[in-house]
Structure formats: structure tokens, C-alpha cells
Design a protein around this ligand. Structure first.
Ligand code: SF4
Length: 284
């Protein structure tokens, strides 16, 4: 069957060969209790993160490069994946954190039909996905954790090769924003959406447009995460503007603007977050 799951619609027969996302079926590079997600999804023992191999979006500055380029990862079946979900829940995970699942979302949905943990299921996506694919997995998802990386088509084209990033991500985000917002006693997200935006060097103009869009579509009270962790790495030669970290002034400008728009729950990062030390070591 020809795969058209993600916006690349490359038509690969995933039973026989890898698509442009880099993987044939489903691969997992690591699963563990991840301590560094935002408090609404990671508050006691850590998020039960499952890192999938491959990705349909090729950010030049990818912070999980070996993973997104499918250089890491062990093939698993949906039934084996369901067992991983069970194990993470038994380990005391606060949530099941599905990291970059867009290019395998059909198989992840199948795994969740075999075993759906009682903890919130978090769909942690780079945002470049089709709203139709989300509709299929939506009955199994409690919390959406999407990035909204770029507003400008020129910027997304330069950094990912895709001018249509915002076109797809904005439609997907409008769909995800409909998930009812429900908080637990500790402020944890039981249902709803938490959007992330990675502030990039020399791109604050684009970050402000991203925030304007989020203000328009997110429900009142939705938390927001503004990330400062950008660390120069990947295929950034020829892009001198990406060869440095974000300055305090750039980051403050974006955070302050979010405040003026009325976002009241904003998760921020200190400058020490811009370090390769926080990148997980892959197991497979
Ligand atoms: S998910 Fe992979 S195989 Fe399917 S359309 Fe996208 S790039 Fe192609």
C-alpha cells in the first residue's frame, strides 16, 4: 500500500522499503522516564518517553539528528510497542510521551488499540502533520504537545526544505486545539494542548508571528512553552546565523511579547538549557 500519511505523501510501500521519513515500518531508538519535559506532562517520576526513528521534517539544526535521520532505532511490531507502553506505565511514568510519531501514527494507533495505559497519552509532534492522520489517532490521544516552529514559508524552506510547514502545521494545530483542556490537582494536563516554540537565533521576527497565530487559535488557559535550548549542530554550514546560541535579549523579547498577548502560563528555559548534555543517548 502506498503511504501518504504525512505531508510528503511520498507513496512508499512501507512494508517493503523506507519512505522519505527514513523508516520502513516502525522503529524505536529509546524508551525511558524522561525528566526534562514541561511540568504539566512531567511532574513526579518523569514522562514515559518513546523515541521513534525517522522523521518527515528535515530540520538542518535537528537536536536529535541520528534519530530523525533514522540512523538509530530497532524495528518493533505494534504488539511489541504496546508492551513498551505497559512497561513504562509499570515504571511509574507520569504520561506516555510519544515523541515524533507522525510518520508512524497509524501503527502507534494500532499499538494503543492493543494496550492503552491509564496515564495521559501525549502526542509530541514537530507539527508537520496532516490533520486527517491526526483524526485517526485522536481517540487514543489525551494531550497534544506540538511544536509550532515557523510562520514564514521562506524561513521553513531555508531550514527544513519545506515551504509548506505553516500551511500544514496551522491546520493540524487548529484541530489539536479542540481537545478539551482538563487539569489535575497538581496542575498536570489530563487533556488538552501545550504548544512549544523553539526560539532560533536571528528569528525573533518570526517567533512573534507564531505567537500572534497561537493567540488566535489556542483556548484560554492553554499553557505555552518557549524554548531557549537551541544548540548549534547538524547541517548548518553555510548558515552563519545558526552558528550561535540565542541571546538573552532575543529570548526575552519573545517571552515578553507572549506576556503582552495575555498568555499567563508560560514555561521558559534558562540559558544552561542550550547544551548537548540534555540530548538523550540512544539505546538502539
Ligand atoms: S510517512 Fe514516510 S513513507 Fe509515509 S508519506 Fe510520509 S515520508 Fe512517505
Amino acid at each position: 500500500m502506498q503511504c501518504t500519511l504525512c505531508p510528503l505523501s511520498c507513496g512508499a510501500d512501507r512494508e517493503k522499503a523506507a519512505g522519505r521519513c527514513g523508516v520502513k515500518g516502525l522503529t524505536v531508538a529509546k524508551y525511558y522516564l524522561h525528566p526534562y519535559e514541561e511540568p504539566p506532562i512531567c511532574h513526579t517520576n518523569g514522562a514515559g518517553a518513546v523515541f521513534f526513528g525517522g522523521c518527515s521534517l528535515r530540520c538542518v539544526f535537528c537536536q536529535n539528528y541520528e534519530l530523525s535521520r533514522a540512523e538509530r532505532g530497532k524495528a518493533v511490531s505494534p504488539k511489541e510497542l504496546a508492551e513498551i507502553f505497559r512497561r513504562l506505565e509499570e515504571m511509574g511514568a507520569d504520561t506516555l510521551d510519544l515523541v515524533t510519531p507522525d510518520h508512524v501514527s497509524n501503527l502507534v494507533a494500532e499499538a494503543l488499540s492493543y494496550y492503552r495505559p491509564k496515564i495521559p497519552v501525549v502526542y509530541n509532534t514537530g507539527g508537520y502533520c496532516k490533520a486527517e492522520a491526526l483524526k485517526e489517532i485522536d481517540p487514543f490521544v489525551d494531550v497534544y504537545l506540538p511544536d509550532l516552529k515557523f510562520f514564514s514559508p521562506a524561513l521553513s524552506k531555508r531550514y527544513t526544505g519545506r515551504a509548506d510547514y505553516f500551511e500544514y502545521a496551522s491546520e493540524a494545530l487548529r484541530f489539536m486545539a479542540k481537545k478539551p483542556l482538563v487539569r489535575g490537582e497538581k496542575g498536570e494536563l489530563l487533556s488538552g494542548i501545550l504548544v512549544r516554540h523553539l526560539v532560533l537565533p536571528a528569528c525573533t521576527f518570526d517567533s512573534l508571528r507564531v505567537l500572534d497565530f497561537l493567540k488566535e487559535v489556542l483556548p484560554a488557559g492553554a499553557p505555552l512553552s518557549l524554548m531557549r535550548q537551541y544548540t548549534p549542530m547538524g547541517e548548518i554550514s553555510g548558515m552563519p546565523e545558526l552558528a550561535r546560541r540565542v541571546t538573552a535579549r532575543e529570548y526575552r523579547r519573545v517571552v515578553d511579547y507572549a506576556g503582552t498577548l495575555g498568555f499567563s502560563e508560560i514555561y521558559t528555559q534558562g540559558k544552561e538549557s542550550a547544551s548537548a548534555e540534555f540530548i538523550p543517548k540512544w539505546d538502539f
